[in-house]
Design a protein around this ligand. Structure first.
Ligand SMILES: [Fe+2]
Length: 380
């Protein structure tokens, strides 16, 4: 029998194991409201089945979702005094994964030390429950706030709107590919393009130019390759994705895309922050929030109007379109081995190299590529 063909042979530049996700980073595994005070929740991230709950102080805890005693899911258990109790025989675990009670044994017997469960560092910030998925001994987790966008830690300065988390039936690497900055003018032509007139505070209005008569101009900006919607003579249409000056990178590890957006002429600019990470090899968890710089009540009122009247209705459609575009590429190996890249795909290639490089660095040289400090600074 022939040896099975490995993924790197089938799809060059795709290291073995990468389709399952890149470990040793912080991931937003749940939204705050999805983790109640008194009940564990099951969640799957990067192929790990996890049980999350809150301790007696309300802090999130995350462990492997399997009791080390008889292998039942801990997520069907109970939260008692801030600890997670296995529903079957009553073993109890704290947020560090240590067994604190075996109901028929003396307290703190030696047996307790032998039946721990794997725990993952967990924190709550900006409306999300974050877990460090990986090995905290080999790759100690940097402080969460240093690796995620600054606005999550600064509610006084920014206004954030979290969108419902989605699960797409596509590999996470295809989802990341699908966030290139020039597809929007085509895929989201109806859901994003707006007339080139000052926004009147109401719903966004699509320009009258027929889709068949629109073209795309590729421009290179400080934030990478972008697509601009134009008519056949090259006159730009307002695509609702206006370029604004930004600091930092459009893509940052492990899976974060930042898009600065002016939704309609005159509307306050915002940043769309998007995480796309593996739930398992066939599914992607998609977490997105929008953030505006807003300090005063008047600024916050104005921002709320942009969000409710333009950004939210648009994002509902855009999210759906991006999901089916990722799903329509089929499986990862076929998509990667049958593609023919064109010049605007240069940023897609850069992102792929960054991810693969960080993944291989962990495997080969045991070093973690840190998310560069300052790389996620807000648009100015
Ligand atoms: Fe899109």
């Amino acid at each position: 029998m022939n040896a099975p063909i490995s993924i790197p042979e089938l799809a060059p530049n795709l290291p073995e194991g990468l389709p399952g996700g890149i470990e040793n980073y912080w991931y937003p595994i749940l939204q705050t409201e999805e983790l109640p005070a008194d009940k564990p929740v099951a969640v799957k991230v990067l192929g790990h089945t996890l049980a999350a709950w809150r301790d007696a102080d309300g802090r999130p805890c995350v462990v492997r979702d399997r009791c080390p005693h008889r292998s039942i899911k801990l997520s069907v258990g109970r939260v008692l005094d801030g600890e997670l109790q296995c529903v079957l025989h009553g073993l109890r675990f704290n947020g560090k994964g240590a067994c604190t009670l075996i109901p028929w044994e003396q307290e703190r017997s030696q047996l307790h030390d032998r039946v721990g469960v794997r725990a993952f560092p967990a924190e709550e910030l900006g409306g999300y429950i974050w877990a460090y998925i990986g090995d905290p001994v080999a790759f100690p987790p940097p402080p969460l706030a240093s690796e995620v966008p600054e606005e999550l830690s600064r509610p006084d300065e920014f206004m954030i709107f979290r969108l419902p988390t989605q699960v797409w039936k596509a590999n996470w690497l295809l989802a990341i590919d699908g966030s290139d900055a020039y597809h929007a003018v085509v895929l989201h032509a109806h859901s994003q393009a707006v007339v080139d007139k000052p926004w009147d505070g109401g719903a966004a209005v699509e320009p009258e130019l027929r889709l068949a008569d629109r073209r795309v101009k590729i421009v290179r900006t400080s934030h990478g390759v972008r697509g601009v919607s134009v008519d056949q003579k090259g006159k730009p249409l307002h695509h609702g994705h206006f370029t604004v000056d930004v600091k930092g990178d459009r893509f940052t590890l492990p899976c974060i895309h930042t898009n600065p957006i002016v939704a309609a002429p005159g509307a306050a600019p915002y940043a769309s922050r998007l995480w796309q990470f593996a739930l398992d090899e066939e599914h992607t968890m998609v977490v997105r929030f929008l953030s505006w710089r807003a300090r005063t009540d008047a600024e916050r009122e104005a921002v709320k109007k942009v969000y409710e009247n333009i950004a939210l209705p648009r994002l509902d459609k855009v999210g759906e379109e991006d999901a089916w575009a990722a799903e329509a590429q089929g499986d990862l190996v076929s998509a990667r081995s049958e593609e023919f890249l064109l010049s605007p795909d240069e940023d897609v290639v850069k992102v792929r190299r960054l991810i693969a490089g960080a993944f291989v660095a962990q495997k080969q040289s045991a070093s973690r590529v840190d998310v560069r400090a300052g790389a996620l600074e807000y648009p100015v």
